[in-house]
Design a protein around this ligand. Structure first.
Ligand SMILES: C[S@@+](CC[C@H](N)C(=O)[O-])C[C@H]1O[C@@H](n2cnc3c(N)ncnc32)[C@H](O)[C@@H]1O
Length: 277
């Protein structure tokens, strides 16, 4: 009996997640506990809270505090042409297959501030596919969605992004895709036109259309295995037969149940293809 006892911290955390779910509808109950614990402790230290129990009270009675916590829970780190090798693979191995479709739909789930979807739009433009592609870029965090839709980036970061672009097999002068101000760079208008930015929660919302490519990188790493499996099923149902799924470098489809849903295209780069059941 005793070995099954949970720690006080664990119980408090479960209660906090339950309170958030019941009060605001955001479901973090199947996120990885180690990730949430770090974020909760970070917020407790910054807000001078002594215990998770005190935090539960604050979450229930102070919506602005909840919003801060929501931001803490969603790690938004991203960059353009992140993992250049992945984009090289898309260019060389996925694009030729997408070219066989008259119209292409691409979903970036957990798009954060937009760097990932704009990178893909640049790549599609260079490969002559942009005009017949509709991109959907979604996230459950409204703040990052609004920022993504603006398409304004820090000049400092652009230098690193230019290196990534080059390493990914980029063919043009990267700066041509931006108009620059004093210390910011704005993405070229034509790259925004085919992107719809929308609020979508992978845990609680449903299927997202008949996609040819789903890109969900560095998001599932925060979910436990059970929740990952649920989301893999969602992606399977969102893809056309033979459609592609791209995950982040630390994420993979490993369970036998999901092995049936997807076949491997590149194990190292975490690229999968929807299996025909
Ligand atoms: C680390 S960022 C990854 C951004 C981008 N995909 C990349 O790889 O550069 C993770 C993003 O997932 C989003 N996210 C976390 N949980 C989510 C959920 N349940 N539904 C939709 N987006 C979620 C976060 O808000 C955050 O913007």
């Amino acid at each position: 009996m005793e070995s099954q006892a949970k720690s006080r911290d664990y119980i408090e955390m479960e209660l906090l997640l339950e309170a958030i779910y019941q009060m605001y509808g955001y479901d973090f109950r199947q996120y990885r506990k180690a990730h949430l614990k770090r974020r909760i402790e970070h917020r407790m230290a910054l807000s001078g809270l002594e215990s998770i129990s005190t935090m539960i009270h604050k979450v229930l009675y102070d919506e602005s505090f909840f919003k801060t916590l929501l931001f803490d829970f969603s790690i938004n780190v991203t960059e353009m042409f992140r993992d250049p090798e992945f984009y090289k693979y898309v260019r060389e191995s996925i694009i030729p297959r997408l070219k066989t479709y008259p119209f292409i739909k691409v979903w970036h789930a957990g798009c954060s501030t937009g760097e990932e979807v704009y990178s893909m739009a640049i790549l599609f433009k260079e490969e002559g596919l942009l005009s017949r592609t509709q991109f959907y870029a979604t996230d459950f965090n409204n703040n990052v969605i609004a920022k993504a839709a603006e398409g304004v980036f820090n000049m400092e970061k652009l230098r690193d992004y230019a290196n990534n672009y080059k390493d990914s097999g980029g063919k043009e002068s990267f700066s041509e895709y931006f108009s620059t101000g004093y210390d910011v760079a704005m993405i070229e208008k034509s790259l925004k036109e085919n992107i719809v930015f929308a609020d979508h929660n992978l845990v609680t919302d449903g299927v997202f259309g008949e996609m040819h490519l789903v890109v969900c990188r560095n998001v599932l790493i925060y979910f436990n295995r059970k929740l990952q499996n649920k989301v893999f099923k969602l992606f399977h149902d969102s893809l056309v037969p033979g459609g592609f799924l791209c995950l982040g470098s630390k994420e993979s489809i490993v369970s036998i149940e999901n092995d049936k849903l997807f076949t491997d295209m590149d194990i190292r780069l975490k690229v999968y293809k929807k299996a025909i059941l």
